[in-house]
Design a binder for this molecule. Structure first.
Ligand code: ADP
Ligand code: MG
Length: 767
């Protein structure tokens, strides 16, 4: 076998099956050569070689390209011949697989027309019409296979005919009371359900109308057959540790279970593979990081940091003090820090980060602060310059000799300023560099980059982090700030290469924010009241945010999903407010499509109180700091996720005034969306909300891959439900990696490759 030859020199000793079904060429492609063990090579095989190009193409439509993809395409539910489907629960347009009994059957033959077999199915209460047309001999065949009073499994698309639900030409298998197959639509389909005769379950796969569950099941069977005899890649001791069954048994059982309990056990094995692959990858990353060298800082008694502390107008909270100590001790080592600092909006992360940056500057190095947007980058630059005062004024008359300079570099920095900034970054004059993605551009060279601070992690991918780290001769320390509270399970899964610190306290002086859900459907007048309330805030000298889900009416309604009425848009609402309820107030508009200069102008205007009301999209979600803003009205609040609303709300109550947050919505009370809003209104605890969010949505969404269809890297694994398994896998991964730091085990190397190829293009790398 080609595959064996390729790995022979790598010392892999697993027994390789001589019955590999593929042609030799299959195993020698560039992709196959990534894989070091026979098992993984077989799992990574493209489906086209096994099932043919046409079928492979159809499967690719479901995102299934390799053997392993198909094997992990597990049934979304299972049918047994003993249950009956509730016919009242199906609707037109659905692809269904149902168990029902034949109540009536009649052949209708009119002269000049093809004969028709009209069948009525029943679940004991409701009915469903089923029709077959065709040649007389075919109709005769179906009539013989179906018998009145007998139960069968019917699979097909539900349609409508003359106002009634109906299925045309479903596939079916008829079962006796003991589960024996006594009839079928197509002999070929029988293998699929012959399993039922042994008391087993039939898996119903996520399917499309072009590729029905039957066909997927057939493909699964062919592929499963071909895999038989493949050795289990996971070594027996590891299986025992995670308490999981063999891979081949698991695949057999998840696709052809005897009982639902078997499904659970089989899925556990597949989840364990996923968890272990992720954790082994993270463990190697941690190991690599521990080998790379960073420049340690030394804290100077009379440096910028010390003078900054002395001038700070407030006391650090206990949490800030502890985390700061931890970070200073981290960056005082030769090993690069890899730390995630999470804390509520307003918990004072920026101050903590700035202290670390100053310690770098005191040690003759530079620090970078990366922000997700230009607005945020320039806000950071302003507030950091303000906080530093003349310590950050650079080489100007009157500034201290050791004053550093804060430089801002974004995509819209004009050429001349950009050149100047680049020069200052290159010669080290700029001790603190603040910017966006523009900092990744090739021309940016640092004199001595010591620390990278990334604000709002989930918008910067792992890859980008890596790029920036590679730029320096010595690996810089890394501090990631996030205001999205990350549950422990996620932190362990996704950010497993980072150590986590948390700021739980909100600094003293924080004002309460009263959040209220405004049901504008039941009480349209409440919205008018909300605008009046906004005017009151403005007359009291305060400012107001109004948040809409969309920029303009012409763009698609993100996240509407349910065909609901279109959501509020910034441009239209701003116009309406200007002419109506908020006439006479100074209104500004902010969204992502404005040119950067205009965005900055609007933000600056709002910050300077030249605007009373800011109508915006979620661009204000992160970081925007206007302490005088005391009120926020979120339009169509149901279009936003829990974490997003929580972030938005964090924009108010930042100053001396208590905040009012109104969540306007027209969704049904009692719907999931309404529950979400009620949850946001009921608590300000971001961690509690993050858990809730996670329970309601896919992990990928929680972490910011909010684009429609954004796929989570995780497949079967659910970070909340499987937290224990993930923790066990992490512990095991630590040991496996410690025992094989050189990656000589083909299995461990394959797990890393698996995670990395999977993550490619998915949200781990998303910006
Ligand atoms: P975060 O980045 O976590 O959202 P910031 O660091 O921007 O929070 O802090 C929010 C506001 O609180 C800033 O105006 C900051 O100056 C102020 N602040 C930070 N720490 C404290 C503290 N210990 N006491 C009082 N105010 C603080
Ligand atoms: Mg911040």
């Amino acid at each position: 076998m080609a595959g064996s030859r390729r790995t022979g020199d790598q010392g892999t000793t697993s027994t390789r099956s001589a019955r590999t079904v593929r042609s030799p060429e299959e195993g020698t492609g560039p992709v196959a050569s990534l894989w070091r063990t026979d098992a993984y090579r077989r799992l990574a095989e493209p489906l086209s070689g096994i099932l043919g190009d046409k079928t492979a193409k159809a499967l690719a439509g479901l995102g299934l390209r390799t053997v392993s993809d198909l094997m992990q395409h597990v049934p979304r539910r299972y049918l047994s011949g003993t249950e009956t489907t509730d016919l009242g629960s199906i609707g037109p347009g659905e692809d269904v697989a149902l168990v029902a009994r034949v109540a009536q059957m009649e052949t209708i033959a009119r002269p000049g027309q093809r004969p028709r077999l009209q069948v009525v199915l029943t679940d004991g209460r409701g009915h469903l019409n089923v029709t077959f047309f065709g040649e007389p001999r075919h109709v005769k065949f179906w009539q013989l296979q179906l018998s009145k009073g007998v139960k069968g499994i019917f699979v097909g698309k539900v349609g409508e005919f003359r106002g009634e639900l109906q299925m045309t030409h479903p596939n079916f298998v008829m079962l006796s009371e003991t589960g024996r197959i006594v009839g079928w639509a197509d002999e070929k389909r029988v293998a699929m359900v012959s399993h039922v005769t042994r008391g087993g379950l039939v898996g119903i796969y996520p399917a499309t109308s072009k590729l029905p569950t039957w066909q997927i099941g057939e493909c699964v069977d062919i592929v499963l057959d071909g895999l038989r005899g493949t050795p289990d890649p996971m070594p027996a001791p590891a299986r025992a540790r995670l308490d999981v069954m063999g891979l081949m048994d698991a695949l057999e059982q998840v696709h052809h279970p005897g009982s639902l309990r078997e499904v659970g056990a089989a899925e556990r094995r597949l989840k364990a593979d996923e968890a272990l692959a992720l954790q082994v990858t993270m463990a190697y990353r941690r190991l690599d990081a521990s080998h790379s060298r960073a420049l340690p800082v030394t804290v100077h008694a009379d440096g910028l940091l010390a003078r900054f502390d002395a001038a700070l107008p407030f006391d650090l909270t206990e949490g800030q003090r502890q985390v700061s100590e931890q970070i200073l001790s981290d960056i005082g080592r030769e090993r690069p820090m890899q730390r995630l600092l999470q804390g509520e909006v307003g918990s004072g992360k920026t101050v903590v980060a700035l202290r670390a940056m100053l310690a770098e500057v005191d040690s003759g190095r530079q620090a970078v602060l990366l922000a997700p947007t230009e607005v945020l980058a320039s806000q950071h630059a302003d507030s950091i310059r303000r906080m530093l005062g003349d310590l950050g004024a650079g080489r100007v008359l009157g500034a201290p000799d050791d004053a550093t300079e804060v430089v801002l570099l974004t995509g819209s920095t004009p050429a001349a300023r950009r050149r100047e900034a680049l020069a200052k970054i290159a010669d080290g004059q700029a001790g603190i560099v603040i910017g966006t993605h523009a900092l990744f551009s090739e021309q940016v060279g640092f004199a001595a980059l010591g620390l990278v601070v990334v604000d709002e992690q989930h918008r910067f991918g792992v890859e980008q982090r890596a790029v920036l780290q590679e730029r320096a001769d010595q690996v810089p320390h890394l501090l990631v700030l996030t205001a999205t509270p990350i549950p422990r399970s996620i932190a362990m899964t996704v950010f497993g290469d980072l150590e986590v610190s948390t700021l739980r306290e909100i600094p003293a002086g924080r004002q309460p924010v009263q959040t209220t859900v405004v049901d504008v459907r039941a009480h349209p007048a409440w919205l008018d009241r909300a605008w009046e309330r906004a005017r009151e805030e403005v007359s009291a000298g305060r400012q107001v945010f109004v948040v809409c889900p969309r920029i303009s009416g012409s763009e698609p309604d993100e996240g509407a999903g349910d065909g609901a009425s279109p959501s509020a848009s910034v441009t239209e609402l701003a116009e309406r407010l200007r002419e109506g309820p908020l006439a006479g107030l100074r209104l500004g508009v902010l969204h992502g499509r404005l040119p950067a200069s205009e965005k900055d102008e609007v933000m600056a205007g709002f910050a300077a109180r030249e605007l009373d009301v800011l109508v915006a999209t979620t661009v204000i979600e992160v970081g925007v700091d206007v302490p005088n803003a005391s009120m926020m009205i979120v339009m169509d609040a149901d279009r936003f996720g829990i974490s997003q609303l929580h972030q938005l709300r964090g924009r108010i109550g930042r100053g001396a005034y208590p905040g009012v947050c109104l969540l306007a919505t027209a969704v049904d009370a009692g719907s999931v969306a309404a529950e979400r809003l009620a949850a946001v209104a009921s608590t300000r605890d971001g961690f509690e909300l993050a858990d809730l969010d996670l329970a309601q949505r896919r992990e990928g969404d929680v972490l910011g891959a909010q684009q429609a269809g954004g796929k989570s890297t995780l497949r079967l694994l659910r970070v909340l439900d499987d937290a224990q398994l993930i923790a066990d896998a992490r512990e095991l991964a630590e040991e496996l990696v410690a025992g094989d730091p050189e990656r000589s085990s083909g299995y461990l190397a394959d797990l890393v490759t698996l995670t990395e190829t999977r993550a490619a293009g998915e949200w781990l790398e998303r910006s």
